[in-house]
Design a protein around this ligand. Structure first.
Ligand code: NAP
Length: 273
């Protein structure tokens, strides 16, 4: 495993995403992921699977303390009291005393960012979240958020070879934050990429494995591929016995496209502002 160093704490850089995993499938895949060796699990209130993710945690043989568990507050819960109450609800559903990381899922300009951040800091102060952070924040929103809450550690955003996040990464490194890449394999699109396929063949690896390696070889980058399939889950973890050269890293970085973003709901922020 590659780790991200966060003030002396080691965070497993490869995590397991759980969006669109529901019911028994969510419980069983989380338990299996942990038994395979994943030690970082990503869920959210809006995924409606916190109960099952918590059950999966307890069904595995892995200690709760050994797992980095993230959940996210949905955008209709951005008022102070709603952050507090919905986090309590998340902890109850997950059946844990504390999450390792609590994120604002999307910025919501209908509520003052400072109010939401105050609540997040209160949750951390009450030891219900070990770390706090944001998701889908632009560079300018990161600057604004960090001014108010300097302890934010993470911004979870879409990141894969087709989307350039270099400006955002620079800002985040400046603030000593880490970036968690969601949709890290562009939802499977990388499998058909000729450039990535050629690099993968040279290493005896798959294009998905090469893409995950490309992400994790970048400073302060974590990735959370989702895999309902046991074969995918297993193979996504098998990326720690090879390394990409600087030239290979650059070849993949050069695949970024201006329209490479895949997730941009109507409530998304102005990405390039
Ligand atoms: P993703 O992880 O890039 O792609 C998931 C898709 O790739 C699934 O269809 C999966 O198939 C397939 N796949 C996984 N491993 C594979 C492999 N080795 N070979 C071939 N196909 C493979 O996309 P995502 O689910 O959008 O993102 C991952 C996680 O990020 C989510 O689960 C969620 O936790 C998080 N996320 C967060 C936000 C946010 O706003 N913060 C937004 C989107 C996602 P199977 O499932 O059939 O195995």
């Amino acid at each position: 495993m590659i780790h991200i160093n966060l003030n002396g704490e080691s965070i497993p850089a490869l995590g397991f995403g759980t969006w669109r995993l529901d019911g028994d499938e969510a419980r069983d895949t989380v338990a299996h992921a942990l038994d395979l060796g994943y030690r970082h699990i990503d869920t959210a209130q809006i995924y409606d699977n916190e109960v099952e993710v918590g059950e999966g945690l307890r069904a595995s043989d892995v200690d709760r303390d050994a797992v980095f568990l993230t959940t996210k507050v949905w955008r209709d819960k951005m008022r102070y009291r709603d952050v507090i109450a919905s986090t309590d609800d998340s902890l109850r559903k997950l059946n844990v005393e504390v999450v390792d990381l609590l994120l604002i899922h999307w910025p919501n300009d209908e509520v003052e960012l400072a109010e939401t951040l105050d609540a997040l800091q209160e949750v951390q102060h009450a030891e219900k979240a070990r770390h706090i952070g944001v998701s889908n924040f632009t560079p300018s929103l990161i600057h604004e958020a960090v001014r108010h809450a300097p302890g934010l550690v993470c911004n979870q955003v879409e990141y894969h070879p087709y989307l350039d996040q270099s400006d955002l990464l620079e800002v985040m490194r400046e603030h000593e934050m880490f970036l968690t890449a969601y949709s890290p394999i562009a939802r499977g699109k990388v499998m058909d990429d000729e450039v990535i396929r050629a690099i993968a063949e040279g290493h005896g690896k798959s294009p998905v494995q090469v893409t995950l390696r490309w992400l994790l070889q970048q400073d302060r980058v974590s990735a959370i591929p989702k895999a309902a399939s046991a074969r995918h889950r297993t193979s996504n973890l098998d990326i720690f016995d090879f390394a990409l050269s600087d030239d290979e890293m650059a070849e993949i970085t050069a695949l970024a496209q201006p329209d490479g973003r895949m997730i941009s709901p109507d409530f998304a922020p102005a990405w390039d502002a």
